[in-house]
Design a protein around this ligand. Structure first.
Ligand code: SF4
Length: 381
């Protein structure tokens, strides 16, 4: 069977090379060609022996995801819809800012968690993405953007947030190699502080992530107590708020940052009242007698019809933020980006993952399979 080399972290690629009878150090060269130069054709890899290239041609491929559509916002945000087969598609969103370029990456087609405010949750779960399918989003976006923005080979994506479609910690086996590829100096070389896994609170896997790949952690909290969180994030019935905050404190022993980011989607009349803000401040400052070192990120809800929910008015978001700030908690209100292209990353999924719409798009759109990005010059990146 032909192996897709996007599936392998460096260790996995070294094992693969060894199975082909090649020295393990060849894996490093190959890994750089793939991830640092965006190569998809073994013929481009001129510093690899011809015999190795021939072996690779017969046993391996570098297979990205077909791009179904690409939309660019007036603010520079770019959203891609990738085909992952069987009528499923996932999205990635690039968000440029003055000091960084962030890619929001999907980990699953659909999601089984079923958060009330999330369109993906309403669509149900289709399947886990492979490591290669997770990495393919970054591989494509990085090398497309270098050309599109004419950077002369300079890196564009400085931050990755696993905040697209899916619950990454429910696809743990695929997530870990993908994170390792992002962090590897021979891959994308991103620091652990600049890669964020966002979870709705899969407590045992938070502990494992702390051991295996302790990157920055964002937790979708959305409520200050179990009664309300049970309704908004069904996983809370299995892993209640107290257990989740305990896991956050354990994670902080490994984390690259000394805080957890709590995401809080602001829902009109549901979780956005002053008493919710006061309860939230009390919770994160006093849980188990010591609280959790954290920042709060308030997210404007992006409404979709099936939710029956409404975005909080601006004045209530501001009042909520003030209560938290006055309590001494660093609080931000997430800017909405790419509104004109329905980017919706700020809502942890948004209405872009409606599978009905995706099916329709797949049926109607001419499939745009962008050509693999030609490798940049032979200089290693
Ligand atoms: S918010 Fe995240 S965990 Fe919740 S249903 Fe949506 S994708 Fe799944």
């Amino acid at each position: 069977m032909t192996a897709n080399l996007l599936d392998f972290d460096l260790e996995g690629l070294a094992t693969f090379c060894a199975e082909l009878g090649e020295k393990k150090f060849r894996a490093t060269q190959l890994f750089r060609w793939i991830h640092q130069k965006g190569a998809s054709d073994f013929g481009q890899m001129t510093d690899l022996a011809k015999s190795l290239r021939e072996k690779l041609e017969g046993n391996a491929c570098i297979q990205g995801l077909p791009v179904l559509s690409q939309h660019e916002s007036s603010d520079g945000t770019i959203k891609w819809l990738f085909d992952v087969g069987d009528g499923n598609a996932v999205e990635s969103v690039f968000i440029p800012e003055d000091d960084r370029g962030t890619l929001c990456v999907s980990s699953q087609a659909g999601c089984a968690v079923g958060c009330r405010f999330c369109s993906t949750g309403h669509q149900g779960f289709s399947r886990n993405l492979s490591s290669g399918e997770i990495v393919a989003q970054l591989w494509f976006a990085e090398h497309f953007l270098r050309k599109h923005l004419n950077t002369g080979g300079e890196r564009v994506i400085s931050n990755v947030v696993m905040m697209g479609m899916g619950e990454p910690l429910q696809n743990y086996q695929a997530l870990i190699p993908a994170l390792r590829i992002m962090l590897d100096d021979h891959g994308y070389g991103l620091s652990r502080r600049r890669v964020t896994v966002s979870t709705s609170g899969v407590v045992p896997m938070i502990d494992r992530l702390g051991e295996d790949a302790p990157v920055a952690l964002a937790v979708s909290l959305h409520a200050p107590n179990d009664e309300l969180r049970d309704k908004l994030v069904p996983l809370n019935r299995k892993y209640p708020v107290g257990d989740l905050l305990d896991a956050c404190n354990r994670y902080l022993e490994h984390a690259p940052r000394d805080f957890i980011t709590f995401e809080y989607c602001m829902l009109d009349g549901v979780n956005d009242l002053p008493e919710h803000a006061r309860d939230l401040a009390h919770l994160v400052q006093h849980h188990a007698g010591r609280g959790v070192s954290c920042k709060l990120n308030l997210i404007p809800f992006n409404p979709f019809p099936a939710s029956g929910l409404v975005r909080s008015p601006q004045h209530r978001v501001q009042a909520f933020a003030k209560i938290l700030s006055d309590a001494g908690i660093v609080t931000t209100v997430r800017k909405t980006r790419g509104d004109d292209i329905d980017a919706a990353c700020g809502q942890l999924a948004g209405d872009v993952k409606d599978r009905t719409r995706v099916d329709r798009r797949i049926a109607q759109q001419r499939m745009i399979v962008l050509k693999p990005v030609p490798a940049e010059s032979t200089k290693e990146g």
